[in-house]
Write a protein that binds this ligand. Sequence first.
Ligand code: ZN
Length: 537
Amino acid sequence: MTSRKMAIFAVVALLTCLATLVGAQGPPAYDLLIRSVRILDGTGAPWFRGDLAIRGDTITATGHVPAGEARIVIDGRGQVVAPGFIDIHTHARRGILQVPTADNYTRQGVTTLIEGPDGSSPIPLAPFLAGIAAARPSANFGTFIGQGSVRESVMGNVDRKATPAELEQMTRLVRDGMTEGAFGLSTGLFYTPGSYTPTEEIVVLARAAGALGGIHVSHMRDEATKVTDSVRETIRIGEEGGLPTQVTHHKIIGNENWGKSAETLRLVEEARTRGVDVTIDQYPYTASSTSISAALMPKWALEGSQQDVVKRLADPAQRERIKQAVVSMLAHERGGGDPSRVSISSCRWDPSLAGKNLAEITRGFGMEPTLENAAEAAMQIVQRGGAQGIFHAISEEDLQRILRFPLTMIASDGEVPIFGKESPHPRSYGTFVRVLGVYVREKQVLRLEEAVRKMTSLPAMRLGLPDRGILRPGMKADLVLFDPQRVRDTATFENPHQYAEGILLVVVNGQVIFDGKDMTAARPGRILYGPAFRAAQ
Ligand SMILES: [Zn+2]
């Protein structure tokens, strides 16, 4: 069946049933009844055929549902219904206030967005979450508290140890974040000021978050040459901090490091064997995305403000030192050994650079695109105000090895783009459906049930969400109906603003937010609060 036909059938079904409602006697037994579907419950168990009934915001029955009046009946036509996908690593605050429906996520079946990753979150959290709630998002929304943001607000962007008083103040901010609703502490030790933070200091904050039921999630210090050391550090934070710990968007950067995932996964297994609760999340692409300065500049050169950075670049001796480091990053790490493997996704001071690669930009600056000249071009970009980039330097083999690992969940690391604007990483539009289309159906790296588990019950368990991530009576009615033969990503690096295909229906808290063709008017997303906030209620 074509996607248009499928969409129309869903809409027609909705209309038909709205019509039956008018003539119904008494209150209907169900608000929404999806008939004749393959129910994939999110636990990894095999799908089974049946119906699924919802009353209010809650699943009331799965399997054989006795006939009864329903306000809306949808014929699922044997397609697959699964729990709505939970994205444990998003930068959704980039865009969610402009696009509260987060169409790029909704149209993939994502029903919960978790923010505050990579050590970066608003501080304090309460007004931030209130602002999101006021925007009435379609999907549910939760957050971490970011260690980098905490440190920056107390100490600034400085490369030194914290004083005892500063550490006390940071600990208090982490506790506040937890009581305001965070699910735990995120770190971004790759970014300043996280990169200036000794492990011992992180452990103190992790302990504070863990004591309030939180977890630790880390964009690690190094995902390239020292990736195994970084995994050890992430494990150590969990072990000494006494809380679950997660390697976020796990990848191996730089072709000289490819293959190291065998070692990193072994470290995770060993840690679990001795009782450390370590898990992983990942996006299914062989390119990463972050700022040009974070990816290519040495950390020492990024201390302080943009003005400080510019001042260092203006000093000939320091500029030469920086340049050597950038050349090395281009040759061995994010640059993938070739400036054409780096492209610009967005640039405030020159939006026309979006979509161009660093070789083209180097030529545009009047230079041959050698590594040296590309480093020169990258430094000029940083001097002029920086840009976001995309870096093709990950191997398919590592990607698949990490994906097959049973403790790896799926997360986008994406944002909420303004449709058609800039040239974002396609992960924002395609992560979840790419796993279903490419890695389940085409490459058969995962069984469908296993892939869905990685998107639903596994992140729900990790976050401690007691009532989502599994299709079972009593659970909240977040779900996605899709065609496993057709589901796929269409967003590419060249053409990222393209929605998923094969998603037939998306429901959040019992309300249809996407009917297979269009977003509906319903905006039922809720703020989801972490354990310390819930305990205080
Ligand atoms: Zn990150």
